[in-house]
Design a protein around this ligand. Sequence first.
Ligand code: OGA
Ligand code: ZN
Ligand code: ZN
Length: 415
Amino acid sequence: MSKKALFQHITSRLFSSSKSQFNVKSRLNPVKNIYQSSKFLILEENDKKSYKYPLVWLRDNCQCVHCFHQGSSSRTINWEKFSVNQELTAIERCEESKKVTLTWADGHKSIFDDNWLLSRNFSPENQKTYLSTHYRPDKNPVWGKNDFQKILKKFDYSEVISTDRGLFEWLETLSRRGIAILQNTPLTRDECRKLANRVGFIRKTHYGEEFEVIAKEGTSNVAYLSSALQLHTDLPYYDYKPGVNLLHCLVQSQSEGGFNQITDGFFVAQKMKEDFPAYFKVLSETLVNWSDIGQEDGNKFHSIYRAPVIMLDHEGKFARINHSVPQRDSFFTVNVDDVELWYQAMKKFVDILHDETVVFKTQPGEILTFDNIRLIHGRTEYKDNTNNTRHIIGSYLDWDEIYSRLRVLRSSLQC
Ligand code: OGA
Ligand code: ZN
Ligand code: ZN
């Protein structure tokens, strides 16, 4: 049954604050009318836009001190006793305080700020804005070789370390484009750690917290040879693989080689989807066994993770790329008759990947930062000897920490 409650003006009343620390940008639109229709509260904005709020959602999100703990921005309502069948007995709105009071059938009262409600409206446009800014910046544009000079941005290391605006600009660019270079970094060993601490904390793996890419004798990792490092993503054998690579160049090889190679894996996946849909399907559905076996500092490890080369999310969008020739296990636990087709699809993927790869050489003082979930990288062979060395310090960051820092900065910088 639909019923319309009269729009009421109430002048004075005590209201508990319902502002949470990370409210999406506040809107100052007035509310013209508010009423119930079926199992929804309807809120009309002046400009004739109206929004529906499910009653059960409103009751679940009551902001009173019994149902919500302001200090921790956390719901504390007792769900053991929660009823999903909620009825309203009164709807009141105070024009002066811009608050809405709902009275429920059991007598409980919930008070909401207009802006709290408006910023959480369920319209597709509002949700799109929320998802592409507050949740995670859109990963676009995807870019091919020809777009690289346009999308590559460089940032000053000390700006990033010492100003919030610098930190925000770098992380936002890294998030959208998947790559950014920091310049004028001191040539000292712990700058990646300082950078990681600026964002959150360093991501540890079984290779430790920081790794040195320098030609090493008797290594347990192909990265520590001076031979070419085929295009790859790092650590695909982790379910929670590191999100972002930080590669700080301390010394660059003066030999012909030692070039960085980078490709946008989402661009390659997009091309596969458009031009070779059958191969795309194979690469996005076939589970590959990624693995790494070895030891570091005396600790043995054996990691395995099964995942497709092109991972999709629940909406069919590109979620993650996995590719590493050395770290692809010879155990291939798929139907034996599907193996041949997978190889053909993979070969096509690698052909496009190489066509779209950009090549450059970072200089001492530069930190190459890139998305390890999306981009595929490599390094060309170089000649290493006592007069001509190459020395890179690497470490990782996780996207959860980056997105968190971005939200905090967006709120404090009001952008
Ligand atoms: C790695 C790597 C890049 C480089 O160690 O995984 O990609 O430039 N190194 O040496
Ligand atoms: Zn409550
Ligand atoms: Zn790598």
